[in-house]
Structure formats: structure tokens, C-alpha cells
Design a protein around this ligand. Structure first.
Ligand SMILES: [Zn+2]
Length: 421
């Protein structure tokens, strides 16, 4: 007979989690920004060897799947598919100590807590460190979780870095078995649910002085490339009425994107992040602009409608100036809703752990976006100081890490009860 969940939660050792975060942070790339640990590098592999030891010591049976993801398994009381908890331990170049690492190490501490409290889950538990979540130099991301969802296709595997190495070759170097990738794929029947604790990467929880955010869903992202073709001309002798100024049109696009975000009041965000101007000379009317814009929202219809309005503004601005406007969709990532049962369990878990909470969307992509293709997913956010992430100053305090970990543990135990029926 397992003890009450409140007792289980008290067995979560926040100091142990913190010392693990500090230990993991010592594995870093030489000569890079202080907390960088890029996927497929040497320090990434030694960090994963260290992590495997921690998993082994916590009583998990560990293995690497064909995509290199590190998986620790512990049986449950019943013959059920596992509850999966995890994240990633690679960083971007110039990244910090908490993005990804918190979710993986809290999952390991969660397993230790179960043992300390003699608490037996009905479901088996799997702790997973997904391979290479962050955008990599081969032009992709979420490698381990894509292998689970079946979206790590031949096109992605053949993408190369600046030196001509393919992603497939990099994965092989890191112990991946490319010919066996199909074996890493997971069926819907092989996962009861996936839960990921992650830092917020934004300022909302800190501003609201809350302990955790329960994620309502992960936003969809549309990226568009726009080519605005006017005519380069002398900046002194060409009257404004006869100019075909591509940058003037681009300026209206930039402001239209900003206006969409302002009008959406928190339901959509949009950015023009790249602008290439030709000839880009101080005394020449710009003849050509290529720009990339993106919009993000949980609401797919809102995404489509705002893109239509932005394109209409661009077409009108182009027609006024005889600038040809061509929009093309670069990528389309669907919005993912968190499973209502997981949202409820995590909110109830927050109450048990004494954590102040709110519901919020995830504005960034995560491994959970991939896993949602095959299993119900839920996510929990811990506060990020100043909203910083992908930055060496990324910070979540020991107390904040601990209470987020306790919420994860309580939420998982509640979900285990509910799903086991
Ligand atoms: Zn991350």
C-alpha cells in the first residue's frame, strides 16, 4: 500500500536536484560560451554517460535507442504502458544550465523520491533524455523525439553541416544506429502519457510571482519567405512618385506583423527576423528585399487569418509602388493541445505541492510537440529569471526548481491513479 501523495511529495529532495544540476553543468564545450553543450560533441557524450550512471543508481534499467536517446525504465505494479517523463540535455551555442536539463534531472529525482517513499506506481515509468532537441548545425531539431514520432525522415538525415557531414553520420558517431531507426519509433499503445518539465523561457511566471505554469498547448508556427521586387535607382535624382522602393514595402510588412501581434493581445505573436536589402547602399533606392516572417499562436485559424491580412497589406503596398510581392510558405508547424487529463492532473499536483499556478501556452517548440503525434502530452513550466533562455545567464532558483519538481511528482502520481482507473 503506497503512502498518500502528500507524503510522497515531501520525499522529493530539492537539494539533490540542485547538486545534479550543478554536476551536469560541469560538462561543457571547451572554448565556447560557459554553459554550452552542443549535441554530438564530446562533452555531450560524457554528460550522457554521467547521466546514465545517475539513472542506474536511481534503480532504472537504462538503454540507448537507435536514435541515441537515453531511456531509463522502471516497472510498475501493473502491466500497462509507461508514463514517460523527460526532456533534453543539449544546449544551443551560448545556452544556459536549465533549458532541458531541469526536466531530465527532475525526472531522475522523481524516481528516487518514489523509492524513498516506498511509493509504487500502477504504470511503469520511463525517464528519457531525448537526443539533440535544440536546433543543430544540420538544420533540424528534436532528433530523438522525431525518431519516436516517425518524422525523422531521409531528407532530414541527409542534411549536412558546413563541413559536409550529414546528420546521419553525426548520429552514428554518437552511437545511433541509422539502419535500425524504425525500432526507435513508438506506437500510441507504447506510451500512456508524456510529461515534460521545462523552464518557461519567458517572463510571465516571474511577473505574476507564480511557482509553475501548466501548459495549455504548444503554439503552431508558420514561417513565410517574402520576395519584394522593385527597381534600384539613384537616391538623388529619382522622384519619390516614380520610385519602385522595395524597402518601403518591406517596412509596411514589418509594421503589419507588429500590428497583428498588438491586436491579438497575447493570442498571437509575430516577427520579421530577417531582412536582406539589395543593393543595400546609402545612395541607392532599394530594388529588392527578401524577408522572413513568422507568426505563432495556439489558434490555427488565427494564424491563417493573420497571414492573409499581412499578405493583403503587402500586396497593396506593392501595388502602390509597382513592387512585385511574392509570399511563399517556408514551414508550417501545427499547434498542439495539451491533453485535458494531464492539464487537470498537473493543476491538482500543483495544489498538493503548494505551488501557485496559472495556465499558459508554450510559445516555443519542445520534444512534447513531436510526442503529441503519438501520445497524450502535458507540460509544466518553471519560472525563468528576466524571461531569459538560450543565454548563459538563464536562471531558475533552487527553490523554484524544487517546487516545480514536486509539482511534477504529484501530478504524475495523480495521473497514474486516474489513468489506471
Ligand atoms: Zn529546451
Amino acid at each position: 500500500m503506497s503512502p498518500p501523495i502528500a507524503e510522497l511529495v515531501a520525499s522529493f529532495d530539492g537539494a539533490r536536484l540542485w547538486s545534479d544540476l550543478e554536476a551536469l553543468a560541469t560538462f561543457r564545450d571547451e572554448g565556447a560560451s560557459p554553459h554550452t553543450r552542443r549535441a554530438f560533441g564530446d562533452s555531450y557524450e560524457t554528460a550522457r554517460a554521467w547521466l546514465r550512471e545517475q539513472m542506474d543508481e536511481a534503480g532504472l534499467t537504462t538503454r540507448r535507442d537507435a536514435a541515441g536517446s537515453l531511456i531509463g525504465h522502471q516497472p510498475g505494479a501493473h502491466d500497462l504502458p509507461p508514463l514517460v517523463v523527460g526532456s533534453h540535455i543539449d544546449t544551443v551555442d551560448g545556452g544556459g544550465r536549465f533549458d532541458g536539463a531541469l526536466g531530465v534531472l527532475a525526472a531522475v529525482e522523481l524516481v528516487r523520491s518514489l523509492a524513498r517513499a516506498d511509493y509504487v506506481l500502477a504504470h511503469p515509468i520511463e525517464v528519457v533524455d531525448f537526443t539533440a532537441e535544440e536546433p543543430n548545425r544540420y538544420g533540424s531539431s528534436c532528433i530523438g523525439s522525431r525518431a519516436w514520432s516517425g518524422t525523422l525522415d531521409a531528407r532530414l538525415l541527409a542534411l549536412t553541416d558546413a563541413d559536409g557531414e550529414t546528420l546521419a553520420e553525426a548520429m552514428r558517431r554518437a552511437g545511433g544506429e541509422i539502419e535500425q531507426l524504425g525500432t526507435a519509433r513508438r506506437s500510441a499503445e507504447s506510451i500512456a502519457a508524456y510529461i515534460e518539465l521545462h523552464i518557461e523561457q519567458g517572463p510571465v511566471l516571474e511577473r505574476e510571482q507564480l511557482d509553475v505554469g501548466v501548459v495549455s498547448g504548444i503554439v503552431g508556427i508558420r514561417r513565410v519567405h517574402a520576395r519584394l521586387t522593385g527597381r534600384a535607382a539613384h537616391a538623388g535624382t529619382t522622384p519619390v512618385g516614380t520610385r519602385r522602393d522595395a524597402l518601403a514595402v518591406a517596412s509596411e510588412v514589418v509594421l503589419a506583423v507588429e500590428q497583428e501581434a498588438r491586436a491579438a493581445a497575447g493570442e498571437l505573436i509575430g516577427t520579421v527576423g530577417r531582412l536582406a536589402v539589395e543593393p543595400n547602399a546609402p545612395n541607392v533606392v532599394p530594388g529588392l528585399v527578401e524577408l522572413s516572417l513568422e507568426v505563432r499562436s495556439l489558434d490555427e485559424q488565427r494564424l491563417d487569418a493573420s497571414l492573409e491580412r499581412i499578405e493583403a497589406t503587402a500586396q497593396k503596398a506593392g501595388a502602390d509602388r509597382q513592387v512585385a510581392v511574392a509570399f511563399s510558405l517556408l514551414s508550417e508547424l501545427p499547434a498542439v493541445a495539451a491533453d485535458p487529463r494531464l492539464v487537470a492532473a498537473l493543476e491538482e499536483g500543483a495544489a498538493v505541492a503548494g505551488a501557485g499556478t496559472m495556465r499558459q501556452p508554450s510559445w516555443g517548440g519542445h520534444d512534447a510537440s513531436q510526442i503529441a503525434r503519438v501520445a497524450p502530452v502535458g507540460m509544466l513550466f518553471a519560472p525563468s529569471r528576466d524571461g531569459l533562455s538560450h543565454h548563459p545567464d538563464e536562471w531558475t532558483s533552487p527553490e523554484q526548481c524544487a517546487i516545480a519538481g514536486r509539482t511534477l511528482l504529484a501530478g504524475l502520481a495523480l495521473l497514474d491513479e486516474q489513468l489506471a482507473g
